[in-house]
Design a binder for this molecule. Structure first.
Ligand code: NIG
Ligand code: FE
Length: 404
């Protein structure tokens, strides 16, 4: 029973739901073999007298699963600092979008960027996340709004996992906005559905996402996208009820969506439908903060109906230029009043569920990938309480520790 690596001498928040709370093991040990967790439990129960190629004493630190950022638009060109200034002068996010700015301006920049440029501009943002213990992130397309650029974005997203030691899940977001100048809505929707059929075969996208909103796609149009995804065998996700309640959460639930995201305007009925479907509520406090939304997501309703809650950065140039998942965690507490346990689960176990990869990552249990974040903290609340301070000590992906 020889292990590759053993981490010992610390406390482990396994996030194993069978243990309750954060699934804490005091005086614990984690052991990896072939990249997977081979043992986790009290050090006293470690089999094989602790025989391993490498033994790491974490000296009282905390070990959690590697963090998961389950909603990002990290691949894009340009930035929208100019629109930020317009908003400071009084314009709203919706007004800018309707005047041809917003998503459309990032689309113009992204269409002009090569695949290499998209990778090169995404890497510094990704490095910020990795430095905070993120081991898995989701990346959406949606700034091409035509076949070639959407594919280029998805290829760039996949390449991030070759250039950096990180897991990437991709979502095709062709239904993010109407292409600038598009008057033939039905024609564009047909193109999106055709792209989904192609993606079903290519393996370039792990899921299909859409933006169901007054300034984007209606419920009927989103339904057409979801039907195409179902036919292609791809799971769906949805930007739902961000600026108004179109019933997006219930629509997502009808399609067994992995997640519905944003959700500030979701109704009690929407929350109940999500619970019944097992759809995760992905809350994005960075976007709430940055567009100065005042309507809070219905956290009470999510709790009443036991809807699983995840937290993500929504890293994007327009509504959430945020490259710190730790800060998103703090905002989820201060702005949305989530508890520390909810937030840590929401960036590990539940975030994995929002990506449909719970069998592989998100908790420290035997058989899953040994993805860990090891923190210089006295108690888990420190991950949520600080603003702009990073207590990561080491990050481990598939049993391998990042070089220091
Ligand atoms: O998640 N809601 C729509 N999409 C993004 C915003 C993208 C943008 O403004 O560029 C979001 O907030
Ligand atoms: Fe988003």
């Amino acid at each position: 029973m020889r292990f590759d690596v053993i981490w010992r001498g610390g406390r482990i928040a396994t996030l194993d739901p069978r243990l309750g709370g954060l699934g804490v093991i005091e005086e614990g040990a984690v052991a990896a073999r072939d990249g997977r967790v081979a043992f986790v439990g009290p050090l006293s129960e470690l089999p094989g007298a602790g025989d391993a190629a490498e033994v790491v004493n974490v000296e009282g630190r905390w070990i959690t699963p590697g963090l998961i950022d389950c909603h990002t638009h990290i691949v894009h060109a340009g930035n929208r600092a100019h629109e930020f200034e317009l908003r400071l002068a009084g314009a709203s996010y919706e007004e800018i979008a309707r005047a041809g700015g917003g998503i459309a301006s990032t689309v113009r920049a992204t269409r002009l960027a090569t695949e290499d440029e998209l990778v090169a501009t995404a890497l510094p943002r990704l490095d910020r996340l990795i430095a905070e213990g993120v081991t898995t992130l989701e990346v959406k397309s949606g700034y091409g709004l035509e076949r070639e650029t959407e594919f280029r974005m998805l290829r760039a997203a996949r390449r991030l996992a070759l250039d950096r030691h990180v897991r990437v899940r991709t979502s095709y977001l062709g239904a993010h906005a109407w292409p600038p100048g598009e008057s033939d809505r039905a024609g564009y929707l047909d193109e999106v559905c055709a792209t989904i059929r192609e993606l079903g075969e290519s393996g370039l996208a792990d899921a299909v996402d859409a933006f169901c909103e007054g300034i984007a796609f209606s419920v009927v149009e989103t339904t057409q996208v979801f039907e195409a995804a179902r036919a292609a065998g791809l799971p769906v996700k949805l930007h739902a009820d961000q600026l108004s309640d179109l019933g997006g959460a219930a629509l997502a639930a009808r399609y067994g969506s992995l997640s519905a995201d944003h959700l500030e305007y979701t109704s009690e009925g929407g929350a109940a439908a999500m619970a019944a479907a097992g759809t995760v509520a992905v809350l994005l406090p960075g976007a709430y903060y940055f567009i100065r939304e005042t309507r809070l997501p219905p956290v009470g309703a999510f709790r009443r109906h036991a809807v699983p809650i995840a937290i993500a950065t929504d890293c994007n140039p327009g509504s959430s230029p945020l490259t710190s998942l730790l800060l998103a965690m703090n905002m989820a507490a201060t702005l949305f009043r989530l508890t520390v346990d909810e937030i840590i689960a929401g960036t590990t176990r539940v975030a994995a569920q929002a990506l449909g990869i719970s069998d592989e990552v998100g908790t420290i249990v035997p058989g899953k990938w040994c993805d860990l974040a090891i923190w210089d903290i006295e108690r888990p609340a420190e991950l949520v309480y600080r603003m702009g301070y990073n207590p990561l000590w080491r990050r481990v992906l598939a049993g391998r520790t990042d070089p220091v």
